[in-house]
Design a protein around this ligand. Structure first.
Ligand code: UD1
Ligand code: UDP
Length: 387
């Protein structure tokens, strides 16, 4: 019997991370897939859809300029429920920790529709950091019928919160499926022989003085060294964009641009000497590409790359950021130890595992032990990067 699956996405990373699942579902003989965009992001969502040749069947178009969390949340609740009532899906699947995903999980709960959560179980244990994502994920953890944990650590977090073990599977992160699907064809980000720092920044808990500290550390570094340049695709959130443009206005060798299309961004990551970022997805992709990441956050729910020694949590202090960058620019040994190309977050087969488990869930297959992705094992076996 065919099943109606509704995949709900809203922001750039959700589209990137669900692209392989959407494609895999479309290839099954049993799924009728409806791809719905909440429209939490507009232009960045359009770019991410086009990178994978996808377009939503329905776009709920909720984004407003400089939206507040309450305004966004209430608009999402208003628009998601009628779609669930109209489409009567057998299961809704969504990824991550955005307000879209939280509203989707709760709307499914109210409508008694099974919700499957991709990238389940990431936790810092601090509701204020990342804000509001830690809360959003915890809500999903309470309400999901199926939890697709990317790593063993995420699996253990869910179990420790009392989630039934038979509802959790360790699959790897679908972002590695995405990056592997295009890393061979990704074009170079910049035409230069200087050492490239690639930067992204958008976290709400960093807005204000913390982001300004980071921007000044990078800008001052560029002032003093002509062997280095910056490529910074600026997130369109007005709380980031205005200050970024002001601080880097007169910076030599700072190239600020609009968000890059996924393929171009992967090309820029591959070309980077070091990546400075508060992004979740970038923390997962860069290690797989063999590029060191300095994480400009005080906490991370993605400790696996830190433990593997291929990323570092540097926070947002001016001196710490500048010192960490200088070390990676000047100390060959430290650099080589971080640029090893290991992929603690996945092996590129996460979506295949997810489909497998959905087939067990719907009774198309016998139950089996599904935790066949074990990050520590993968890390031990991993011989190199995916590039
Ligand atoms: C959101 C998510 C965050 C995720 C990030 C990925 C929440 C609360 N936040 O943060 O978890 O890591 O997306 O990028 O769910 N804007 C545009 N065009 C776009 C997208 C955004 O102009 O395509 C501007 C709008 O003014 C919008 C603002 O950015 O109001 C903020 O967007 P929002 O989705 O609320 O927050 P993000 O910072 O993007
Ligand atoms: N990304 C992109 N273009 C850019 C910057 C990032 O395609 O200019 C991709 C990046 O490779 C990753 C995703 O966007 O897959 C991360 O999105 P973001 O940092 O907005 O959100 P987060 O991962 O922090 O939720």
């Amino acid at each position: 019997m065919r099943k109606r699956i509704l995949c709900l996405v809203g922001t750039r990373p959700e589209i990137i991370k669900m692209s392989s699942v959407v494609n895999a579902l479309r290839e099954t003989a049993w799924a009728d897939l409806m791809l719905v965009s909440s429209g939490q992001h507009r232009d960045m969502a359009a770019s991410a859809f086009s990178a994978f040749g996808l377009s939503p069947d329905i776009d709920l178009d909720v984004m407003t300029d400089n939206q507040t969390l309450s305004g966004l949340t209430s608009r999402l609740f208003e628009v998601i429920e009628p779609i669930l009532v109209e489409q009567t899906p057998d299961l809704v699947i969504a990824q991550g920790d955005t307000t879209t995903v939280m509203a989707a999980a709760m709307s499914c709960f109210y409508q008694d529709i099974p919700f499957a959560h991709v990238e389940a179980g990431l936790r810092t244990g601090n509701t204020k950091d990342p804000f509001p994502e830690e809360f959003n994920r915890t809500v999903c953890g309470k309400l999901s019928a199926l939890h697709f944990a990317p790593t063993e650590a995420a699996y253990r977090s869910l179990v420790s919160e009392g989630v039934a073990e038979e509802t959790i599977a360790v699959t790897g992160n679908t972002v590695i499926d995405a990056v592997m699907s295009i890393s061979d064809t990704a074009p170079a980000g910049i035409d230069s022989s200087r050492k490239l720092i690639l930067m992204t920044a958008h976290r709400r808990e960093n807005f204000g003085v913390q982001l300004e500290n980071v921007f000044r550390a990078v800008s001052d570094l560029l002032d003093t060294r002509d062997d280095v340049e910056l490529l910074y695709p600026v997130h369109p959130n007005p709380n980031v964009a205005a200050r970024a443009r002001e601080i880097f206005e007169n910076s030599p060798r700072a190239k600020l641009c609009e968000p890059l299309q996924y393929e171009q961004f992967v090309g820029a990551m591959r070309q980077a000497h070091v990546i400075l970022s508060d992004s979740g997805g970038v923390q997962e992709e860069a290690p797989a590409l063999g590029i060191p990441v300095l994480v400009i956050r005080n906490e991370t729910e993605r400790p696996d790359a830190l433990m593997a020694g291929v990323s570092r949590l540097v926070g947002t202090d001016y001196c710490d950021v500048r010192a960490a960058l200088e070390e990676l620019l000047d100390d060959e040994q430290v650099y080589r130890s971080m640029a090893r190309g290991v992929s603690p977050y996945g092996d590129g087969a996460a979506s295949a595992r997810i489909i497998d488990i959905l087939e067990v869930f719907f009774g198309f297959k016998e139950h089996r032990h599904t935790s066949d992705f074990v990050s520590e094992d993968w890390l031990a076996q991993s011989t190199g990067s995916v590039r």
